[in-house]
Design a protein around this ligand. Structure first.
Ligand code: HEM
Length: 462
């Protein structure tokens, strides 16, 4: 007689995830994805919590549920690496900096950089952030007289200056437009590499390759200048660049090589401004189309600041503004897709993930799941009231990633965003320009494709 196992003893064997395909052949699938990335990803999420795709020779699993995101970023993070097509493409430009490096080397570099992001140190940047916001408002004023202004452009200019000045001690007027053009070229180049079935090496002089090489060389030149100037000054500043310059290997006592320094500085400079610029651009777009929330935030700003400049200490009293920034990053997460490789077979959400495949975590999708977010397309900053935030699973919301690879600049970006939004609301009423075309463009980061053109009305008395 065979014993019947108790229900609790029944072990369900992990199954292969359901597959998703729109093209007749796997080789054409990336093209379908490329034509409408966000719509494609939303469609896959309807198939199930874990979905398998075949992109040419590459097997890709998409995970949508918070518990599965946690498995990859936290619980079994050591099984998921950054040896992926996307990170390889980024390495062409960022080299082996904090975002792209791994293992012991990454751990050491993160230890060196971490003190520069201590909350006290970040609070010390608030004054410079507001100074630079005021300077940017000066430039906005010049443009405003002749019509709508593009706040996406101005936010890129501002966040670049903020990252350069506070973290790298660089002249804020250095090459802002050139850097903007480089970032644009690199964003498109990495996207092109990801989507191309055939990848031509960078040295082959196609127009795209030539542009990418120009951008890489130009950024290298700008960064080399920053480092050279700082080395020549011979005085130790207290910013991140100084920490990197002074860091010594515990065993050998040697400092970082010029090549390593270059990789870290380019990484911090690009990662430190491009994402925050997008977060701010999307926030202003949403404020310009939701006047009731704009008014509520302005009322808070006026009550807390009574017309004076915001400081770091004010940030904790500007909860409405903070919730607006968070809700903007829910709807438009600047890092909309996070990629990893599977090192060993794993079981996630009851499905077997095979080693050698890629995993995609998609804040754009998870941030819109109807069982986690009521009426997900609605802009509703109150979702981030403390008691409502607590009721949600961890990783229902992960604009800054998570686990050991959590964004090092999270607190920096949040403080900068709250200060800049508050300063703008003190000064202007913001309305989307007539005929503005707002369209998300998912490249490495999620940008407003045609910018965010707005009409700005100075408030009386400002
Ligand atoms: C709204 C603004 C920002 C967003 C949405 C954002 C998002 C992210 C995300 C999702 C990751 C994790 C990537 C992964 O796991 O593969 C990340 C990592 C990183 N971010 Fe940010 N970031 C922002 C601002 C910043 C700022 C201001 C800095 C620098 C000052 C910065 C520097 C970095 C670095 C160096 C890493 C790599 C950290 C590591 O792996 O040790 N980011 N960011």
């Amino acid at each position: 007689m065979t014993a019947t196992p108790a229900a609790a003893d029944v072990v369900v064997a992990p199954s292969r995830p359901p597959r998703f395909r729109t093209a007749p052949l796997a080789i054409f699938e990336p093209r379908r994805f490329h034509d409408d990335k966000l719509g494609y990803l939303e469609a896959t999420a309807k198939v199930g919590p874990v979905v398998e795709l075949q992109f040419g020779p590459v097997r890709l699993y998409l995970l949508r549920e918070p518990a599965d995101v946690a498995r990859v970023l936290v619980q079994n993070a050591k099984n998921y690496g950054k040896d992926t097509i996307g990170f390889d493409a980024l390495r062409i430009f960022l080299g082996n900096g904090l975002l792209t490096s791994e293992g012991e080397f990454w751990r050491r570099q993160r230890r060196i950089a971490q003190p520069a992001f201590h909350h006290r140190r970040i609070e010390g940047f608030a004054e410079t952030m507001v100074d630079l916001a005021d300077e940017e408002i000066g430039r906005i004023e010049e443009g405003r007289r002749s019509g709508p202004v593009d706040l996406a452009h101005h936010m890129t200019s501002l966040t670049q200056r903020v990252a350069g000045t506070t973290l790298l001690g660089a002249d804020p007027d250095a090459d802002v437009d050139t850097v903007g053009r480089c970032v644009e070229v690199l964003n498109r180049y990495v996207d092109h590499i990801l989507m191309s079935p055939i990848r031509l090496p960078l040295w082959i002089p196609t127009p795209k390759n030539r542009r990418a090489r120009w951008a890489g060389r130009t950024l290298d030149g700008i960064v080399a200048q920053m480092v050279k100037r700082r080395r020549a000054e011979k005085v130790a500043g207290d910013d991140l660049l100084s920490m990197l310059l002074e860091a010594r290997d515990e065993e050998t006592g040697e400092g970082m090589t010029d090549a390593q320094l270059r990789d870290e500085v380019v990484t911090i400079f690009l990662a430190g401004h491009e994402t925050t610029a997008n977060a701010l651009a999307w926030t202003f777009y949403l404020l310009s189309t939701h006047p009731e929330h704009q008014e509520a935030a302005r009322a808070e700003v006026d009550r807390v600041l009574a017309g004076r400049r915001p400081t770091a200490a004010d940030v904790r009293n500007l909860g409405t503004v903070e919730r607006i920034v968070k809700e903007s990053m829910r709807l438009y997460p600047p890092a909309w897709f996070i990629e990893r490789s599977v090192h060993e077979d794993d079981v996630v959400g009851g499905h077997r993930l095979r080693r050698g495949a890629l995993v995609g975590l998609v804040p754009w999708v998870t941030h819109r799941l109807p069982h986690l977010w009521d009426d997900p397309e609605r802009f509703d900053p109150d979702r981030f009231l403390p008691e409502r935030e607590k009721a949600r699973p961890r990783f229902a919301y992960f604009p800054f990633g998570g686990g050991q690879r959590l964004c090092i600049g999270k607190a920096f970006a949040m403080m900068e965003s709250v200060l800049v939004v508050s300063r703008m609301l003190q000064r202007y009423e913001i309305e989307l320009a007539d005929g503005a075309r707002i369209e998300p463009e998912p490249l490495v980061t999620l940008r407003p494709k045609h910018g965010v053109p707005v009409v700005l009305r100075p408030r009386s008395g400002t």
